[in-house]
Design a protein around this ligand. Structure first.
Ligand code: GAR
Length: 190
């Protein structure tokens, strides 16, 4: 039986879509059983169009970060995932959420961690003037953008790069790297 994957998103959803394609092509031994977001976004629309169940756990609809965080955790627990993938999810997960999914929660970050952690990994690398940046898939621990690295790949910064152009080339790599990381995590579970 295919493993159950829950994906957390906040934006355009290109990585979630790449993962869904890889699952459909049997390159990953799993299926996306739920896509959850903290805000209305393109990723939720894409998931809905593909027939994947979606959950909007809108941050602004809750009185406190704790309440929102518990609701998100409950929603993800309910779909009984073998793997939880943060793919462009732009809010910090609470310690309770991280504890609940310990060892089966991974995050995608658009820099070569531990460099340029945080919400603006691509912009910060460009502003620093590095000649090489990249992307990282890692297991999630309590500290933000921290934890054992599963896969990492470099992307060269070009002289005329803008944040947008550089991020697009990083995403091209991520669309291959994230499914591969999921395959590694799930192998042996099917
Ligand atoms: C990806 O590049 C991912 O690495 C990044 O957001 C993008 C989501 O793109 N994540 C972070 O910045 C997390 N701090 P997508 O919505 O098209 O998949």
């Amino acid at each position: 039986m295919a493993s159950r994957i829950a994906v957390l998103v906040s934006g355009s959803g290109s990585n979630m879509e790449a993962l869904a394609d890889a699952c459909a092509a049997n390159e990953v031994p799993g299926e996306i059983v739920m896509v959850a977001s903290d805000r209305p976004c393109r990723a939720l629309e894409i998931a809905g169009d593909r027939g994947i169940p979606t959950q909007l756990v809108e941050f602004s609809a809750f009185g406190s970060r704790d309440e929102w965080s518990h609701a998100l955790r409950d929603a993800v627990v309910a779909c009984e995932p073998d793997l939880v993938v943060s793919a462009g999810f732009m809010r910090i997960l609470s310690p309770a959420f991280v504890d609940t999914f310990e060892g089966r929660l991974i995050n995608l970050h658009p820099s070569l961690l531990p460099s340029f952690a945080g919400a603006h990994g691509v912009r910060d690398a460009l502003e620093f003037g590095v000649k090489v940046t990249g992307t990282t898939v890692h297991l999630v621990e309590h500290q933000v953008d921290h934890g054992p690295i599963l896969l990492q790949e470099a992307v060269a910064v070009l002289p005329d790069d803008t944040e947008e152009k550089l991020h697009e080339r990083i995403k091209d790599v991520e669309h291959r790297l994230l499914p591969e990381a999921c395959r590694i995590m799930l192998q042996g579970r099917t």
